[in-house]
Design a binder for this molecule. Structure first.
Ligand code: ATP
Length: 249
């Protein structure tokens, strides 16, 4: 069964040439367009099977975060179809989904409730979330006083404990400390063997080899290839290597 089905997805943005007031009046006077159309996702199609761990890899600006935002319903595509078969826990921006003025404890309970967990289930997972995040000391502190690493800890712990069917993780571990990252990677490896579906965006390719089954390479908004994780990482790394000058070689 497919957990995620994406068909012919496209998304464009408008990029302003000149955002200054002066630029605005000049382009008005010249009757010029003040923006150019930019295609962030171009006819993207792929499927992720239930229980699969799937990586999206690509250079900066390839469209990975835009794709995740569409998958989690934060932004709408211009064209195409997205089918998410199950409850989705998106961990796509540091601090997103956390209320700054609420404490860590309040945020855990609020997120669990929003996600549809009942009171009994919340009380069951609450200590697991706190223990995994290792934030016991700061759990009654408002999140606005958390460091980025602490927000990543809380966000990750909530996402993997709230009984989601599909977990989307976008590079949020980049800010975590080494030990916590290791622990998160181990947790994701554990999820690989479960019926949860994991989709992860990361520039740290080494851990992906252990965590993921398959990968999709995205380049300038287009799907370049989809295949087994090792094959795709090798291919991506090969393409990133500077090509030797053929002349005189
Ligand atoms: N709201 C927006 N308005 C205009 N352009 C945008 C917007 N969001 C993203 N873009 C552009 O779309 C392109 C893809 O961005 P995206 O953040 O999806 O890339 P990415 O692959 O996640 O990059 P990175 O690895 O650096 O995080 C970029 O050129 C970006 O500037």
């Amino acid at each position: 069964m497919d957990a995620i089905v994406v068909e012919n997805l496209s998304k464009h943005f408008r990029k302003a040439y000149d955002k200054t007031l002066k630029g605005f009046f000049i382009s008005m006077a010249k009757r010029e367009k003040r923006y150019k159309e930019f295609i962030a996702l171009n006819n993207v199609s792929f499927t992720v099977k239930k229980g699969e761990s799937y990586a999206i890899i690509g250079k900066n600006g390839a469209g990975k975060s835009t794709l995740f935002k569409v998958l989690s319903g934060i932004i709408y595509p211009d064209a195409g179809k997205v089918q998410m078969n199950g409850k989705v826990a998106p961990l796509i921006e540091l601090g997103a989904g956390l209320s700054r003025d609420l404490t860590g404890a309040e945020n855990i309970r609020l997120n669990c409730a929003i996600f549809g967990l009942n009171k009994k289930r919340i009380e069951e997972v609450y200590p697991e979330i706190v223990a995994f995040s290792e934030l016991e000391e700061f759990i009654d502190t408002p999140v606005k006083f958390y460091s980025s690493g602490m927000k990543a800890r809380l966000g990750f712990s909530i996402a993997v404990h709230i009984d989601a069917d599909i977990i989307l993780i976008d590079e949020v571990l980049a800010v975590g400390d080494k030990d916590f990252k290791k622990k998160c990677y181990a947790k994701m490896e554990e999820l690989r063997g479960s019926d949860k579906t994991l989709v992860i965006v990361s520039h740290s390719l080494k851990p992906l080899r252990k965590i993921c089954d398959r990968a999709l390479i995205l380049e300038r908004g287009c799907v370049v290839d989809v295949g087994g994780i090792d094959e795709m990482i090798d291919k991506y790394q090969d393409e990133k290597k500077p090509k030797k000058n053929q002349k005189g070689a």
